[in-house]
Design a protein around this ligand. Structure first.
Ligand SMILES: NC(=O)C1=CN([C@@H]2O[C@H](COP(=O)(O)OP(=O)(O)OC[C@H]3O[C@@H](n4cnc5c(N)ncnc54)[C@H](O)[C@@H]3O)[C@@H](O)[C@H]2O)C=CC1
Ligand SMILES: O=C(O)CCC(=O)C(=O)O
Length: 428
């Protein structure tokens, strides 16, 4: 892929446009982010030196409500990436019918190189820099790659210090003890699990006969691997940034998770109580994992993992995109021609933002829900929207991705129309 991630992401929109009747104005407005902020964040390091980090917050669209989206800490973060992620958030929130627009943030760094105190100073510095850009009715950050509830707690606290008021709803994905929602930590994977459970039976695939490979073993990847394992699917391969493991007979996901939590790496182990043994397995690269002959492939790491360069190696029958943007637009067309079913990110991973919405509602009402209530509501939303997009894809004879964009576009178009022409902007 030679052009920008955003140019590539926009192609998905172009493919869906011929199935909707939107005004030229609406289409034009959806091609550009509403606003983008680039900030420099000075951080006093533990050794006394000063380092400046580059951060971003892009608000793509807020027609349907305050903009919403996570914050990523990763060496690959750039304006192009954050803008693409904010674009996907816009469609994701519309697809799930959440009263939010789309945004995303990020800081370019390797968080593994910072101490906990340095990370806290960085996170508070980021909020200092973007405080006028966010707010419970304006734009609401949340976790994404290499950020977590602890970091969200610092961000909320810093915002409250700046504004001199308690505003828990300014950030979601916080620790439960300071207003986080039960179930937000597992929500992305749980949402994806409901999508899998809704769609696979339509192809007469049952868990016992279905093999799965999962790329990425973080918040989303490890949890979906475990949910699928618990439901009886045979999870034969998992990986993280260091590479992966494969065992034909299936992996014991809780044992592997337990090992990763204490040793920061993945090992093919099976534990019974405190006794753990290494099982027969192969070591895989991430490239090899993507090419495994499995029924279901779950990319749950980063963008552009399946491109023109490796798309012909993919042998899976179904790909559930838990990561944002793991397949580029050229590879998408090849997969479609080859009859491989791709279930898109803007539906599959929407469980995270859906429970973020529940957290925001709970913060604003002051009434907190049980885990069971959260998961029941999540299930209802995920199943309802999955069925609707499935129906749309059948009606139009298009891929699930195009159907999801059509669905989101119609909701965005309706909301833009309902707000009027806004010609006063054009006329000055
Ligand atoms: N956390 C959330 O609520 C949501 C996350 N997502 C998406 O899910 C994906 C994963 O996010 P999280 O699990 O939250 O992040 P995380 O930071 O918890 O985990 C990321 C995982 O990916 C692995 N990884 C990093 N680079 C890799 C590579 N090149 N190859 C294979 N594995 C690699 C890491 O080792 C780690 O296991 C991202 O695309 C994110 O945008 C989507 C919706 C919500
Ligand atoms: O929970 C949220 O608000 C956003 C999660 C997110 O960043 C995503 O869905 O990609």
């Amino acid at each position: 892929m030679s052009d920008s991630l955003f140019a590539d992401a926009s192609r998905r929109l172009e493919r869906a446009l011929k199935y909707v009747s939107l005004s030229e104005d609406t289409i034009e407005r959806l091609k550009y982010p509403k606003s983008s902020l680039i900030v420099s964040i000075p951080v006093r390091m533990d050794d006394g030196s000063l380092r400046i980090f580059q951060g971003y917050r892009v608000r793509y669209d807020n027609t349907r409500g305050p903009s919403k989206g996570g914050v990523r800490y990763h060496p690959g973060v750039s304006l192009d990436e954050v803008q693409s992620l904010a674009f996907w958030m816009t469609f994701k929130c519309a697809v799930l019918n959440l009263p939010f627009g789309g945004a995303k943030g990020g800081i370019t760094l390797n968080p593994k190189e910072l101490s906990k105190l340095e990370l806290e100073r960085l996170s508070r510095g980021y909020v200092d820099a973007i405080a006028d850009f966010i707010g419970p009715d304006v734009d609401i950050p949340a976790p994404d790659v290499y950020t977590n509830p602890m970091i969200m707690g610092w961000m909320m606290d810093q915002y409250n210090i700046i504004k001199r008021q308690l505003s828990p709803a300014v950030v979601t994905g916080k620790p439960v003890t300071i207003g986080g929602s039960l179930g937000r930590d597992t929500a992305t994977a749980m949402g994806a699990f409901f999508v899998v459970q809704t769609l696979l039976p339509k192809f007469e695939l049952n868990p016992q006969d279905t093999t799965v490979a999962v790329q990425g073993f973080g918040n989303a990847g490890a949890e979906i691997a475990e949910l699928l394992w618990k439901a009886g699917y045979k999870v034969v391969a998992v990986s993280d940034s260091q590479g992966g493991i494969y065992a034909k007979q299936g992996l014991d996901i809780p044992s592997i998770r337990g090992f990763k939590d204490s040793n920061k790496g993945i090992k093919a182990i099976y534990c019974e109580g405190s006794v753990c043994n290494i099982i027969e397995h192969e070591i895989l690269t991430n490239e090899q994992l993507l090419a495994l002959d499995v029924d279901v492939l779950v990319p749950a790491a980063l963008e552009n993992q399946i491109t023109e360069a490796n798309v012909n190696d993919v042998k899976a029958k179904f790909i559930f995109e838990v990561a944002n943007g793991p397949i580029d637009s050229a590879a998408d067309l090849v997969l479609e021609t080859r009859g491989i079913h791709v279930i898109p990110d803007i539906l599959v991973n929407a469980g995270g933002v859906t429970v973020s919405y529940f957290e925001w509602v709970q913060n604003r009402s002051g009434l907190y829900w049980t885990l069971d209530e959260v998961n029941q509501r999540l299930k209802h939303k995920m199943v309802e929207e999955t069925e609707a997009i499935w129906k749309k894809s059948q009606e139009l004879s298009v891929s699930m991705r195009t159907a999801a964009y059509v669905y989101g576009l119609n909701r965005l178009g309706e909301a833009m129309n309902a707000k009027g022409t806004r010609d006063y902007y054009i006329n000055g």
